[in-house]
Design a protein around this ligand. Structure first.
Ligand code: PRX
Length: 633
């Protein structure tokens, strides 16, 4: 891991304090008090949260900590969909809107009440059963951001199948690797995704991706193109809605053990193969429910929009499970921030009366660039709380978001967390003073810290590694089929979970997250492994060796730059650069495409042959490469 970095200059004394009414009405009224209560009795704290939900059988023990393995709500029996659906259908929320979906075209809208969503989930769950899907089976979901994606996820959870959602922007190889690693029995997809007025053929990608994946028995296809319906290969493929025909609108929830896996979600790692992060049922449910209520301060009257795709952890935790457990009204948008024009998000906020809006710094910086005239065309007065996630929210972007969108009225929760943490871990709770540039403090329930390599807390103002000192309910339980990789999270720095991020603790105890300490690149909030892009490049016939670095970018946070050594017989050309970029696009997907490729004769390596990306990066940025004593020659 990288050791030292320059601490960015920020005005530490600058803060914004929201109107006191926020604090008075919040679920967590007094952050300090709540935090102290948690510290005094961590198990009691989490038990109080868990008791707000419904269980088929209560736990015998809140937590069992067998370093580095944790169990939460030991012995309890439950089904998360019972808390997302049945619980609400049985009370005043039965006819409440659970989900509003918006498409790109004018007038494209679908509304599902809790009752309707409940029926659709049960029907699809019964459909999956017809295909022979049972508790513990893995189901891969590769779909656009449509209600059916959420229905598919919940239907899996209903019957105890483990879903592995793969973001619809991934390419053939990325999908194939994920299907194979999870040994998925069924893949659920759609004919197309729609983006900026164009259709993206998802099913064609699935057809290629299942070729070398013998575990796959069936592919379920949602047909969206009514005029040119996609043809199904009947031996292998079945239509999404055909599967739901003639089945009951009731499906008894599978009784799950607290520690039964709920889902696997792949995230980039330091090798070419992604890590299957495993989340289990009870702890994940309690963690996401608690944070949805207390970080977003979600109320029954809120209309909540998280712009993330369900294919990422943000979508899992804060589009699907957290808000639905809390009985919220969730907006789902298969939309992009700049299509058909940069007012598309603001139009939705006005029309639906959104009160809580959760998005990514990349989008905020794009909005800043196009100017305030776009949000100013719309009435944003319904907004109550703003949120940010995925990468550092730089002070300039904070100020703009706060003033241009929140009209200096709405608190911003800049939430730091990860696929691995399952839930939000660090933020500035609603009502507390907000310091631009700093995400905030550990939320009650979490003990985050910034430490040196030995685990000792660093002095205020000094940089170090971001760690978590205590187990928390929604923590990853393992890396699928790779306990060794899991243990690495806990033994890199003794006694704590190493997040892999570099951070600074300010003198007010607020944490500023700087970026990754390892070979992951956060591009527009998406986690990309250098090794994944490198192996994609090397799989091209012209490439002998490749090294990839993240290059700071004012809009996207980082962009990808690749250094490539060609095989004998190939010569550098712009055409080849374009071919290589296209090759990465087809292999991994558009999100992993390098924005720059440079051809090299030689790459900087250690004497043992490891590529020193740090040296490439320093050269690229014109900075000191640090210790290069291990550099070959
Ligand atoms: O580097 C941190 C960055 O995103 C990483 C986690 O990525 P992923 O697992 O894809 O989950 C993203 C959504 C939770 C972290 O290790 N990150 C996430 N949120 C923030 C952040 N960096 C700075 N500030 C944040 N608020």
């Amino acid at each position: 891991m990288a050791e030292s970095f320059d601490v960015p200059l920020v005005e530490e004394e600058k803060f914004y304090l929201p109107d006191p009414s926020y604090k008075q009405q919040a679920w967590t009224k007094d952050y300090q008090k709540a935090y102290e209560e948690f510290l005094a009795d961590p198990d009691g704290f989490w038990e109080t949260q868990a008791k707000q939900l419904e269980w088929f059988k209560p736990w015998t023990k809140v937590r069992e900590w067998n370093y580095p393995y944790a169990k939460w709500f030991v012995g309890a029996k439950l089904n998360i969909t019972y808390n997302c659906l049945d619980r609400h259908v049985a009370n005043h929320r039965r006819n409440k809107v659970a989900m509003i979906w918006r498409g790109e075209e004018e007038g494209e809208e679908r509304i599902l009440t809790y009752q309707k969503l409940f029926h659709e989930v049960c029907r699809f769950a019964n459909g999956l059963k017809k295909l022979g899907v049972a508790k513990g089976d893995r189901v891969c979901i590769y779909m656009p951001l449509v209600p059916e994606q959420v229905i598919a996820m919940l239907a899996c959870a209903r019957i105890g199948a483990v879903h592995s959602v793969v973001f619809g922007g991934f390419g053939v190889n990325a999908l194939n690797m994920r299907i194979k690693d999870a040994e998925a029995k069924v893949v659920i997809t759609a004919d197309v995704a729609i983006r900026r007025g164009k259709t993206i053929p998802l099913k064609t990608i699935v057809e290629e991706a299942v070729v070398n994946a013998p575990s796959v028995e069936k592919v379920v296809v949602l047909s969206r193109e009514k005029e040119n319906p996609v043809e199904l290969h009947r031996e292998m493929e079945v239509d999404f809605y055909d599967l739901m025909k003639g089945v009951s609108t009731r499906c008894e929830p599978e009784v799950m053990d607290a520690e039964d896996p709920l889902f696997i979600l792949y995230t980039s790692g330091s090798t070419g193969t992604p890590k299957g992060i495993v989340h289990t049922t009870a702890g994940y449910m309690v963690g996401t429910y608690y944070t949805t209520l207390n970080v977003f301060d979600l109320k029954d009257t809120d209309v909540y929009w998280c712009t993330a795709d369900t294919g990422w952890i943000t979508g899992h935790s804060y589009v699907v499970y957290g808000p639905l457990c809390a009985g919220g009204t969730v907006v789902l948008g298969e939309v992009t921030p700049d299509y058909p024009d940069p007012g598309s998000f603001w139009k939705i906020i006005e029309e639906l009366g959104i009160t809580i809006f959760y998005t990514a710094p990349t989008a905020i910086r794009m909005f800043m660039k196009v100017g305030e005239e776009w949000p100013n065309k719309y009435d944003l007065s319904s907004l109550r709380i703003l949120g940010s996630v995925g990468e550092p929210l730089n002070p300039e972007a904070f100020e703009w978001f706060y003033k241009a969108i929140g009209k200096s009225r709405c608190p911003i929760v800049d939430t730091w967390w990860q696929t691995e943490t399952g839930m939000q871990m660090i933020t500035t709770m609603v009502g507390e003073p907000m310091r631009p540039g700093f995400a905030g403090k550990s939320i009650p329930g979490v003990v985050a810290d910034v430490v040196d390599k030995s685990g000792k807390p660093v002095e205020p103002g000094t940089g170090g590694f971001l760690v978590i000192r205590n187990p928390w309910p929604s923590m990853l339980r393992t890396v699928y089929k790779n306990d060794e990789r899991y243990q690495k999270y806990w033994d890199t720095i003794p006694g704590c979970y190493t997040a892999g991020d570099l951070a600074v603790k300010g003198k007010h105890g607020y944490i500023m997250v700087i970026g990754r300490a390892d070979d992951l690149i956060i591009v527009a909030g998406h986690n990309i492994g250098t090794a994944e892009v490198e192996s994609a490049l090397v799989s091209h016939q012209a490439v002998a060796e490749a090294a990839v670095i993240g290059k700071p970018d004012p809009m996207k946070g980082n962009t990808i730059k690749a250094f490539v050594i060609l095989r004998v017989g190939f010569s550098p050309s712009d055409k080849l650069k374009a071919d290589l970029t296209y090759h990465v696009r087809m292999t991994l997907g558009p999100i992993a495409m390098p924005s720059e490729i440079e051809f090299m004769d030689k790459l900087p390596k250690t004497r043992s042959g490891k590529i020193m990306r740090r040296v490439l990066k320093a050269k690229e940025m014109g900075i000191d490469p640090g210790d290069i004593s291990t550099l070959e020659e």
